[in-house]
Design a binder for this molecule. Structure first.
Ligand SMILES: [Zn+2]
Length: 298
């Protein structure tokens, strides 16, 4: 663990959902993720933590779970998710820093983290936090951006790119946007206490020319087939992994849920429109149905 706070990639005020997904010609990528999730998600469960939920694009896909906690650092992304999904007791909206998750240990029986690890300057610290909040045997679905992808390999071989796609170090291609090597991610998962069960190679056909010239249904069929090669070879721009929590963790006590992200007290109390920590006296507001545990954000 590092003492200093890692920087956070904040989508506050961003129109990411509209510009990137709704109008960005990314129907293929969205379908590719739907197929991967369907393959990797457990059939059902109690409580799923969606890390980096954004505007809730993937949330309706977690149908087997009784409750889903949508977590994002950006309040405005969560407001968009709330508009999309509604005030349903099925969903809980939490704005918080992934490096300081405001949940008690052993709370969730599943977690997903899609298009989120690639914003982490300290990915292993983030994974340790996720592991802490999971019950023994819980399933963790992690997606990451793969530096060892076909385009990067080709560019490297024809000397259009200086960095090697074959080495383990991360590549920051834009500020707080990282591509990782599959070996590095597998190493972090293992060291953190996860057992890797399955890997899917996702979005091989994320190429403008292919997306424009081939019908989406054909692309989707090819995608469904080629994803399965991911257990043996990961040369796709995106990789989905399914892991399980192993080791001596314990399940949270009934009724325990939030923990103070500053002093780590478990005894938080809800009072009117806020959550109060009796240990350090900090108050965490609930803003229009969104629990706000961001430290120093207001
Ligand atoms: Zn506290």
């Amino acid at each position: 663990m590092t003492d200093s706070q890692p920087p956070i990639c904040d989508y506050e005020g961003s129109n990411y959902q509209t510009s990137f997904w709704d109008q960005g010609g990314r129907a293929y990528e969205d379908r590719a993720e739907a197929i991967a999730l369907q393959r990797l998600l457990p059939k059902g469960g109690e409580l799923l933590l969606e890390l980096g939920a954004g505007a809730g694009r993937n949330t309706p896909r977690y149908t087997g779970f009784k409750q889903v906690v949508l977590l994002d650092y950006s309040l405005t992304q969560l407001q968009q998710a709330l508009l999309r999904l509604g005030r349903d007791q099925h969903y809980l909206y939490v704005a918080a820093d992934i490096y300081k998750l405001p949940f008690v240990d052993g709370l969730f029986d599943a977690a997903t983290m899609i298009r989120t690890l690639h914003h982490m300057a300290e990915p292993q610290v983030a994974l340790e936090q996720v592991h802490r909040t999971l019950q023994p045997g819980a399933v963790f679905i992690l997606e990451y951006a793969n530096k060892q992808n076909l385009k990067a390999i080709l560019r490297y071989l024809i000397k259009q790119q200086a960095w090697s796609p074959f080495t383990r170090e991360s590549i920051e291609f834009e500020k707080l946007n990282f591509d990782f090597h599959p070996k590095a991610v597998r190493g972090w998962l293992k060291e953190t206490g996860f057992t890797l069960q399955q890997q899917l190679a996702v979005s091989y056909f994320r190429i403008g020319l292919l997306k424009r010239s081939l019908p989406i249904n054909l692309l989707t069929r090819l995608e469904a087939w080629i994803q399965l090669t991911g257990n043996w070879m990961q040369l796709s721009p995106s990789v989905f992994t399914r892991s399980q929590v192993i080791g001596n963790t314990s399940k949270a006590q009934a009724g325990a849920f939030f923990k103070c992200p500053v002093c780590e007290a478990y005894s938080l109390k809800q009072q009117g429109g806020k959550i109060i920590c009796p240990e350090c006296s900090r108050e965490w507001p609930i803003r229009d149905g969104i629990f706000d545990f961001r430290i120093g954000a207001y």
